[in-house]
Write a protein that binds this ligand. Structure first.
Ligand code: GLN
Length: 285
């Protein structure tokens, strides 16, 4: 019979992860129904044989590289707990920085917002949880992702309409005050695709051409038709893509171009507004 602490200690030794203790505690919390803090408050508590067996089985999946979010079937994002599965990207904390940046913009009451490539629905749902009066649409090309985002909206009781759409092609005709996307942006052949959680995520949510910018180029070219005068585009991108994204935006007539950083201090997203008509009037009202 092992104590919780001994079980966790042995588990950490077996895990080849950046966060072994956290991973082991999350799995043990799932098995026991106890909080992570209780393992510190009561390290000598003993698990039943059944609990120990279940824990070992989950640990084996993690040792095999499966993401914690897939094993648990959920991931925290913003203030929400989202269901996840292998049909979408697992929401990353860095994407919360886009949510913060959007909330800092001076958008009109009842703002119309579109989240393209929504995956779990993370960005759209986080915005909906903060701004009940915004009209938020989300879209994804993958039917499984659409089902998942709808399930999350339903479970959280947040009013986000989710469409199956290949970027803009399947959307109802309307304009938006803001379009946000965390598109695929990894270079095909990037060596980090063969390491860590991304091995278990769909390539369609990760990879975008030789330089990782194919989808970003498309979105920058297509978005103006879907934006009100002075409407915003907010794009997540790779830590080393800020200058390239700003250059594409500038060449395409966008204004107020600005790159923001993630929690690690890396360039992670770029915002810009599109002035229609060249009047220089970029007021989104
Ligand atoms: N941020 C993710 C990663 O680097 C990639 C997300 C994406 O391509 N949209 O693993």
């Amino acid at each position: 019979m092992l104590t919780c602490e001994e079980l966790l200690r042995r588990a950490c030794q077996q895990l080849d992860s950046d966060t072994p203790r956290l991973d082991a505690e999350l799995l043990l919390a799932r098995v026991t129904g106890l909080s992570r803090t209780s393992f510190r408050a009561w390290p000598e508590q003993i698990l039943t044989d059944e609990q120990t067996g279940t824990f070992q089985a989950l640990l084996a999946r993690r040792r095999n590289g499966e993401p914690i979010a897939h094993i648990l079937g959920e991931q925290g994002f913003w203030t929400l707990t989202l269901k996840v599965n292998d049909s979408t990207l697992i929401p990353r904390p860095d994407t919360e920085c886009l949510v913060e940046a959007i909330l800092d913009l001076d958008l009109p009451d009842g703002a119309r917002v579109l989240d393209l490539g929504t995956g779990t629905g993370a960005i759209a749902l986080a915005l909906a949880s903060e701004k009940p009066d915004w009209q938020i649409l989300a879209a994804d090309n993958s039917p499984d992702a659409v089902a998942l985002a709808r399930e999350n909206a339903e479970a959280l009781q947040l009013p986000v309409a989710v469409f199956q759409s290949d970027w803009f092609t399947g959307l109802p005709a309307r304009t938006f005050d803001l379009i946000v996307s965390n598109p695929p942006y990894i270079e095909a052949g990037d060596e980090h695709l063969s390491r860590g959680d991304v091995r278990f995520e769909p390539a369609s949510a990760l990879v975008s051409g030789a330089d990782g910018l194919d989808d970003i180029r498309y979105l920058i070219a297509a978005a103006p038709d879907w934006l009100v005068n002075g409407g915003w585009l907010v794009l997540e991108h790779g830590y080393n893509q800020g200058a390239a994204v700003r250059a594409i935006l500038a060449r395409s007539g966008w204004a107020s171009i600005c790159t923001g950083r993630d929690y690690g201090g890396n360039d992670r997203y770029t915002l810009a507004r599109f002035p229609h008509g060249g009047s220089g009037d970029t007021d989104a009202q």
